[in-house]
Write a protein that binds this ligand. Sequence first.
Ligand code: ATP
Ligand code: MG
Length: 425
Amino acid sequence: MAKPASGPGGIRTLAEANLALAGAEWLNARGCQAVFEAIEVGGFCARAVGGAVRNTLMGVSVADVDIATDALPDDVMRLARSAGLGVHPTGLSHGTVTVVADGSAYEVTTLRRDVEAHGRHATVSFTADWAEDASRRDFTINALYCSRRGCLFDPLGGFEDVRSSRVRFIGSPQDRIREDYLRILRFFRFFASYGDGEIDPSGYAAVLGERDGLSTLSAERIRVEMLKLVSAPRSVDTLALMQKGRILALVLGTDGDRRRFERLIAIETELAIRSDPIIRLGVLAVNSPNESHRLAQRLRLSNDERTRLVNLAEVLESPISFNLGEQKVWLYRLGREAYRDRCLMAWASETSSGNAPDWRQAFELPDVWEVPEMPFSGKDIIDRGVLPGPRVGEFLAKFEDWWLDAGFPLERELLISKLDRLIKG
Ligand code: ATP
Ligand code: MG
């Protein structure tokens, strides 16, 4: 079947592209214009590049703005400072200065040519040649630039690939991957985010041939790509390709449970909730608390993220019940977020027999029931004559168990007499 003539943004012609860029909110933002102005006042040229341009042409929201320039980093810093903008030399060795204007941060990078590339630590030299800068980038759709007024500059034919939603390496896929093995994961991530139809066959063949190079990547770089990939629109198809190509196992240490992952996506749609990368990752890849720890270690997740993965796996060992009283106890003990995480994992795994309305009700409990606060604290126990020490906690825990079992009663007299009896008994 012939591909649609327009990309998802509905943009077909160069004139439409220029119009969309010229009207883009991010480009017209005061801060963005101030950065362009500061650089151009010095007689240099600046262009937005990468995700911001690509997404605008595809009709997708723009998260951050990268700017390329023929000014050297020292000039960028000097010019930005004299324009009164914030300057942070965040990556001088590869030519990047972060400029803060009107409260937003812009990464300004001097045009580069990679002299010798080995992963993140490519040896770079600066150039004034825009085409050279374009050809060291990864995919044609990422090598699109636009001027301050929204005029598209497309030295490598990336616009055509944007129009047909095609993710293609710039130059020889194999050579480009060998320069930086992260491009294997970026190939899948961009396909999952923006690809349409079949994956580019020459790119796919090359990533499979080079997959062993993944072992050279740092956990931090893998983490960023994988968290974006699992939340992308075509994550299911992409994960299938990665599994078939024995890449998923190299990255995550498991082939993952794709059926459970697909069910999660259906559930998110049913509940009209936004996807959360950690839940997506957990549902895909963990089956036990041990596996959660291993995955967290492998991807250098934060402590918070690790705890969430462990919590997700725990529900497989103690399934969600459809008894309202028990659900309230879980919600009370876990807190809103962890409770909901568990509902999603359990629902996607269908560890309990229940139909969609049951699951939905369980998930929505935090919206309809306000978790009451424990009526007593350690001070109440001490006020009743118990000496400070471990026994205070024991009494509190006993009382709490009773209180939860009794269905969170709130009548003050009943609670006080129960506590008194507990302590005296
Ligand atoms: P998004 O920010 O939406 O994830 P992006 O395209 O802006 O997408 P970034 O990772 O922010 O991606 O990188 C900005 C640009 O830098 C890319 O568009 C690409 O041109 C270039 N780039 C980034 N990483 C690499 C890489 N590993 N190899 C080659 N070029 C890269
Ligand atoms: Mg970006």
